[in-house]
Design a protein around this ligand. Structure first.
Ligand SMILES: C[S@@+](CC[C@H](N)C(=O)[O-])C[C@H]1O[C@@H](n2cnc3c(N)ncnc32)[C@H](O)[C@@H]1O
Length: 262
C-alpha cells in the first residue's frame, strides 16, 4: 500500500550521527534510530557501530556506492509504504552533507521531513583539544570552510581572503589539497600559528597531531592521511591563561546577576 503524506503518521528523519563515537549522537537521534524500520547511511563516513542503536530487524541501506538518484527513490518508496525512515548523516547534516538536494527532492515529492542536529567534526575537535575556539581579546570568530576540490567554492571565499581575519579556521574536506591550503593561509596567518590535524575523531583509528601552520603539509604527508581529516588553525590552540570572558566577570552585570558578587 502506498500512503500519501497526509496519511503518513511521521516525517522522514534526517539525523546527525556526530563524528563517530556511537554515544555522541543526540538523545532524539538515538530514539529515532531505535524506532526506525529503514536506515540509509554512508558507511564510509558513519561507523557501523552506530547501527547498534537500531532494532535487529531494521533494513540498512549503505549509500556509499550508490548515486543520489538511486537511493533517494528507494528512500521515498519506503516512506510512501508507511515505514519509519531515517537518513543518518555524519556530523551535523547542515555541513557538507548533500542535504540541500535531498530536501529539494523531498519537497517536490510533497514528503515531510525533520532534521535532527548532530555534533559536527569541528566541535568534536575542539572538545578533544580541550580548546575554546572563541577566546576573549584573542579570537571571536570561527570560520568553517573547505578548499576547492571537485565541488566549486565561490572565488570570494578564497582561503587567502578568509585567512585575512586570522580567525579560528576549521578546514573540512581538504587533506588532498593541504599544500595549496597551507600556502594560502600563510598569506595572512603567522607561520607559527597553532594547527591541529584531526583524523577520524571518535573512530577506533582516530589520530590528532598538533603542530604549527607551516608544518601542516609535512605532518599530513608523514601520517599518510588523505581523507576524513579536519584541520583546525587557531591562535586559541596556544592557550592564554590571561584571557577571561566578561560573562562571569564581577564587573559585568546582567539580568540574571544584577550586582557584583565579588
Ligand atoms: C562530507 S564532510 C561532512 C561533515 C559533517 N557533516 C560534519 O558536520 O562534520 C566530511 C568531512 O568532515 C570532516 N569530518 C567528518 N567526520 C570527521 C571525523 N570523525 N574526524 C575528523 N574529521 C571529520 C572531514 O573534513 C571530512 O572530510
Amino acid at each position: 500500500m502506498t500512503l500519501s503524506q497526509s496519511d503518513r503518521p511521521y516525517p522522514i528523519s534526517i539525523v546527525g550521527a556526530g563524528p563517530g563515537a556511537p554515544d555522541l549522537i543526540t538523545v532524539r537521534g538515538q530514539r529515532l534510530l531505535t524506532q526506525a524500520d529503514v536506515v540509509f547511511y554512508t558507511g564510509s563516513l558513519v561507523p557501523e557501530q552506530m547501527l547498534e542503536h537500531c532494532r535487529p530487524d531494521v533494513e540498512v541501506i549503505d549509500t556509499r556506492s550508490l548515486v543520489l538518484e538511486t537511493w533517494r527513490s528507494q528512500l521515498v518508496e519506503r516512506a510512501r509504504a508507511g515505514k519509519k525512515v531515517v537518513r543518518l548523516q555524519d556530523g551535523d547534516p547542515c555541513l557538507y552533507g548533500a542535504l540541500h538536494e535531498l530536501m529539494v527532492y523531498l519537497l517536490a515529492e510533497h514528503l515531510e521531513f525533520e532534521i535532527v542536529p548532530g555534533v559536527s567534526a569541528f566541535q568534536a575537535a575542539a572538545a578533544h583539544l580541550k580548546t575554546e575556539l572563541t577566546v576573549p581579546n584573542l579570537v571571536q570568530t570561527i570560520i568553517l570552510t573547505r578548499t576547492q576540490g571537485k565541488t566549486d567554492v565561490p572565488s570570494r571565499e578564497d582561503l587567502s581572503q578568509l585567512a585575512a581575519h586570522q580567525a579560528s579556521l576549521c578546514l573540512y574536506l581538504s587533506a588532498h589539497h593541504c599544500a595549496k591550503a597551507q600556502a594560502q593561509l600563510l598569506d595572512h596567518y603567522p607561520a607559527d600559528t597553532p594547527m591541529a590535524l584531526c583524523y577520524r575523531l571518535g573512530w577506533p583509528d582516530e589520530q590528532v597531531i598538533v603542530g604549527q601552520l607551516d608544518q601542516m603539509t609535512d605532518l599530513t604527508r608523514t601520517a599518510n592521511l588523505t581523507r576524513t581529516v579536519l584541520y583546525v588553525i587557531s591562535p586559541a590552540l596556544a592557550g592564554s591563561a590571561a584571557a577571561r570572558s566578561r560573562l562571569y566577570s564581577g564587573d559585568h552585570a546582567h539580568i540574571f546577576r544584577p550586582k557584583s558578587q565579588v
